[in-house]
Design a binder for this molecule. Structure first.
Ligand code: C2E
Ligand code: CA
Ligand code: CA
Length: 717
C-alpha cells in the first residue's frame, strides 16, 4: 500500500509534522510495523514490503536493550506480548493511549531522553486493528511539557464522540454548475446540511465566517471568479480555516490536477461523474480524520487561558475589520516578563496557574474587550472598541489586579498599546505593532507601558541611524571596552575580568550595550563587533604582558551569530596567535541557550578547547536552563545569572543554587556568580563553594584606566 494514494497521508502529515519525530504504522492483527516518519525530515511512506518488521519483536528487543530505562522495561515487555495491546484497545474502545518513558538513543549515551509514545487505534477496511504510533523524544523536558497531554486527548475525543450525533454536520459545496450541486445534495442531503456556493470567492466568504460549523468542503476546480486552485491557495494561507478538509472534485481528463491539489493542501478527491457510495464514504472518512486532526492542529481556544489562540485572534480581527470597518479600535498586549523564572522556582503548575489567573484578571476587567487572545506563552492581547480609558491610572490598576490574583509574587507585567489601529492592516500586523511597542521597553525596569506612536517610529529611526554609523564607529574606534573585575570569593582579590562593550556617541555620551546589541544581533553586525572586542582584549593582554604587568584572564562575550560564522574557530585562533597571546587569557562567554539549541556548536567548541581557549557558560539560569546543556558542550566555568543570585534569601532559590554549584564542581567546572550586589549574597555564595564573584558589590564595569588603578592598588596592598 502506498500511503500517498490515501487520504490518510495529508491528514497524517498535518498531525505529525507538528509534534512528532517518529511515526510508525503498526498492524496489530498481523504483527508488523512500518516506519513512516524516520526523523524530522525523513519520510518513508510505504507500508509493508521490505520495510516491515514484527512489532512484538521490536518491543521485546527494546525492553531488554541498553537503550531502555530500567523503570520502563516491564512496560515494554508487556507490549511485546501483542495480545496485551490488542486487549487494551478492545477494552478502551479505540481510544488513543499515551505513555511516557525514558530511553537513550545509543547505548553509550550518558543521558536518557524524555519520551512520549501515543497509540492511535482504528480498524481498517480489512478489519485489521491498526495503530499509528507517534513518538516524541527529547532532551528538553520543557518540550515534553508542551506536548498535549493524554487528558487533553480524552477531552477532545469525548467532544468528538458526543457532540455530533444529533447535529447534522455541514458541508460546503462549491461548484458553478447547479446540476453538480444538486446531485451532491441528493447524495448527501440526508446525512448532512449542504451549504452551496457558486464560485470560489463566495465559498471563501462562507468559510471565513462559518469556519466553526463547516466540517468539510467539496470543491470544483474550474469555476469563474476564483477557481479551485486559487481557493485552495487562499485557504492554506489562513491557519484557522486551513484545518477544514477539502475534497476536490476532479474529472477524468484533468491530468496533473490531483498532484497540484495535494500540494495545495487538498485532503482527498472524488471523480465526476459522482458515484453515490464513494462520495458518502470519502466524505465520512475525511470528516473523521479532520476531527482527529483537530486535536493537534491549530485550535481556536487556548486551553490554559480560555482565550483565543494567536491564529484565532488574528482571524477575529480580520473578520471584524471586514464586517465593521467604519469603527475605530484599540489593541492592548500584556506580557508577564518573568514567567520563566517563576516556572523555575515554583514549578510548571504554578507558572500555569499564573497564566490562567492573569488571563482571568484580564478578561474580567472593565471595560470589556471585544475579544481576547493568548499570543504566546506569557503574552496576552485584547481587542477593544476605541476608547479613552487607557491612561496611567488604568495601567496601574490593571497591573495591580493581575498581580493580586496571582499565586506567585513579583509579576513583571508590561503593556503595549496601539490605539486607533490602521484598519487596512491584517490582524497579524496589528498585533505586531502593539508587540513592537512592548518590545521597546523590554529590559527597562521602571517603564511598564508603551504606546505604538511617534516614539516607536522614532526608535526605528534611531536603530536605522545606529546601523548606518556602525562601520565608521568601528573604524574610528568609538567602541570602547570596559572592564568589570571578577573577585575571588575567599581572598577578595581580583582574579579575572570581563570585557564589556560601550559606544561613545558623537556627543561624547556613552550608549549602553542594551541599546545596540539586540539590534546588531538582529541584523548580524554583532559578529563584527564581537571580533573587534576580542582583538582589543587580546592586544591589551599582550601590552600588559610585554610591560611585565600582572596578566589575569579577561573574558569576552560571543553572540550566537558569531558562532555560526564560517571558520569562526579558526579565525579566533589565528587572531590570538597573530597578536601573540595565549588563548587561555581570553576566555569566551557564550550563553546557555546558544549551547543547548545548537548541538552543532560542539565542533566549534571542541576546536576552541583544543587550542587552549576556555569556555564560560554565561547567564546560566536566565532562560530555560537545564543542566543538560552542560553535557553537550564542555564548559570550564559556569556563570550564575543575576536573576538566580537575586533569589538568594528564598529557600527554593538557595537550594537550586546550592545544587547547581555542587553539580558544577563535581563535574570539574568552576562557578562565577554574576550581579552580586550585597554582603549577604557574597556570604552565601562563598559558603557554598562558589569560587568567583562579579558584581556591583565589588565593582561595576569601569574604563581601562580605572581598571588599571584597581589592579595596581591590589598589588600594592
Ligand atoms: P552579560 O554578559 O551578562 O554582562 C553582565 C552585565 O551585567 C553587564 O551589563 C554588567 O554591567 C551587569 N552587571 C554586572 N554586575 C552587576 C550587578 O551587580 N548588578 C547589576 N544590576 N548589573 C550588573 P552591560 O555591560 O550593560 O552588558 C549587558 C549585556 O550586553 C551583557 O550581558 C552582554 O550580553 C552584552 N554585551 C556586552 N558586551 C558585549 C560584547 O562585546 N559582545 C556581545 N555579544 N555582547 C556583549
Ligand atoms: Ca557575559
Ligand atoms: Ca551574564
Amino acid at each position: 500500500m502506498e500511503l500517498s494514494d490515501n487520504l490518510m497521508y495529508t491528514a497524517m502529515q498535518r498531525l505529525v509534522l507538528l509534534h512528532y519525530q517518529k511515526v510508525l504504522y503498526v498492524d496489530l492483527t498481523e504483527d508488523f510495523y512500518s516506519v513512516l516518519k524516520v526523523s524530522d525530515n525523513e519520510w518513508n511512506l510505504k507500508v509493508g514490503g521490505v520495510h516491515s518488521y514484527k512489532i512484538s519483536e521490536w518491543f521485546s528487543f527494546f525492553a531488554d536493550s541498553d537503550l531502555c530505562h530500567d523503570n520502563d522495561r516491564d512496560l515494554f515487555r508487556s507490549f511485546a506480548n501483542i495480545e496485551n495491546l490488542r486487549a487494551m484497545f478492545r477494552k478502551n474502545g479505540e481510544k488513543p493511549v499515551r505513555c511516557r518513558y525514558q530511553r537513550k538513543s545509543k547505548p553509550s549515551d550518558s543521558m536518557y531522553q524524555q519520551c512520549v509514545m501515543e497509540f492511535f487505534p482504528y480498524t481498517d477496511k480489512n478489519s485489521h486493528l491498526v495503530v499509528f504510533l507517534f513518538v516524541h523524544e527529547t532532551y528538553d523536558s520543557d518540550d515534553i511539557i508542551n506536548q498535549p497531554t493524554f487528558e487533553q486527548l480524552e477531552e477532545n475525543l469525548q467532544f468528538i464522540n458526543h457532540a455530533p450525533e444529533k447535529v447534522k454536520r455541514k458541508i460546503l459545496v462549491i461548484d458553478d454548475n447547479p446540476i453538480n450541486r444538486s446531485i451532491l445534495v441528493e447524495y448527501l442531503g440526508e446525512e448532512y446540511d449542504i451549504v452551496e456556493a457558486e464560485n470560489g470567492l463566495i465559498g471563501l466568504d462562507v468559510l471565513f465566517y462559518n469556519y466553526r460549523d463547516i466540517s468539510a468542503v467539496i470543491l470544483d476546480l474550474y469555476m469563474p471568479v476564483i477557481d479551485g486552485f486559487e481557493f485552495l491557495r487562499r485557504v492554506q494561507a489562513n491557519p484557522i480555516i486551513a484545518v477544514i478538509p477539502i475534497l476536490v472534485a476532479t474529472s477524468a481528463d484533468g491530468d496533473d490536477d490531483e498532484e497540484k491539489c495535494l500540494a495545495l493542501g487538498a485532503a482527498d478527491f472524488i471523480t465526476k461523474p459522482y458515484n453515490a457510495s464513494v462520495v458518502r464514504m470519502r466524505i465520512s472518512r475525511i470528516i473523521k480524520m479532520k476531527e482527529y486532526a483537530a486535536m493537534y492542529s491549530v485550535s481556536e481556544y487556548d486551553s490554559l487561558s480560555g482565550m483565543y489562540t494567536k491564529e484565532a485572534f488574528c482571524h477575529h480581527i480580520d473578520m471584524l475589520l471586514g464586517t465593521a470597518p467604519d469603527k475605530k479600535y484599540d489593541i492592548l498586549v500584556y506580557s508577564i516578563g518573568n514567567i520563566h523564572s517563576i516556572e523555575k522556582f515554583y514549578g510548571i503548575e504554578v507558572s500555569h496557574k499564573v497564566i490562567s489567573c492573569a488571563a482571568e484578571s484580564i478578561k474580567s476587567s472593565e471595560p470589556q474587550a471585544l475579544f481576547y487572545g493568548r499570543i504566546s506563552e506569557s503574552l496576552f492581547a485584547a481587542f477593544f472598541a476605541h476608547s479613552s480609558v487607557f491612561d496611567d491610572s488604568y495601567f496601574k490598576k490593571q497591573a495591580a489586579r493581575i498581580s493580586e490574583g496571582s499565586p506567585a509574587e513579583n509579576l513583571q507585567v508590561k503593556f503595549g498599546l496601539y490605539k486607533n489601529v490602521d484598519i487596512t492592516l491584517s490582524g497579524f500586523d496589528i498585533i505586531g505593532k502593539a508587540v513592537s511597542a512592548l518590545e521597546s521597553i523590554s529590559g527597562q525596569y521602571a517603564v511598564n507601558v508603551a504606546c505604538y506612536d511617534e516614539k516607536i517610529i522614532e526608535k526605528q529611526m534611531k536603530d536605522d541611524a545606529m546601523e548606518k554609523a556602525f562601520e565608521s564607529a568601528i573604524e574610528k574606534e568609538d567602541f570602547e571596552v570596559w572592564y568589570q573585575p571578577k573577585y575571588s570569593a575567599k581572598t577578595k582579590k581580583i582574579i579575572g575580568a570581563e570585557g564589556l562593550i560601550r559606544w561613545r556617541g558623537k556627543d561624547g555620551k556613552l550608549i549602553p550595550p542594551g541599546e545596540f546589541i539586540p539590534l546588531f544581533e538582529r541584523d548580524g553586525l554583532i559578529s563584527e563587533l564581537d571580533e573587534y572586542v576580542f582583538r582589543k582584549v587580546c592586544r591589551y593582554q599582550k601590552k600588559r604582558q610585554d610591560a611585565g604587568q600582572l596578566v589575569i584572564p579577561i573574558s569576552v562575550n560571543l553572540s550566537r551569530a558569531s558562532m555560526f560564522r564560517r571558520n569562526f574557530a579558526r579565525n579566533y585562533i589565528s587572531i590570538a596567535s597573530g597578536i601573540g597571546i595565549d588563548p587561555s587569557l581570553v576566555p569566551i562567554e557564550i550563553t546557555e541557550t546558544m549551547a543547548l539549541k545548537s548541538i552543532s556548536l560542539k565542533s566549534f567548541a571542541d576546536a576552541l578547547i583544543k587550542e587552549g581557549f576556555s569556555l564560560h557558560m554565561d547567564d546560566f539560569g536566565a532562560g530555560y536552563s537545564s543542566l543538560a546543556s552542560l553535557q553537550i558542550l564542555r564548559f570550564d566555568v559556569i556563570k550564575l545569572d543575576k536573576s538566580l543570585v537575586d533569589f538568594i534569601g528564598t529557600s527554593s532559590g538557595e537550594n537550586l543554587i546550592r545544587h547547581t554549584v555542587a553539580f558544577a564542581r563535581e563535574s570539574g567546572m568552576s562557578v562565577v556568580a554574576e550581579g552580586v550586589e550585597t554582603e549577604k549574597q557574597l556570604a552565601f555564595l562563598r559558603d557554598i563553594g562558589c569560587d568567583t564573584i562579579q558584581g556591583f558589590y565589588f565593582s561595576p564595569p569601569v574604563p581601562q584606566s580605572e581598571f588599571e588603578k584597581l589592579l595596581e592598588s591590589q598589588s600594592v596592598s
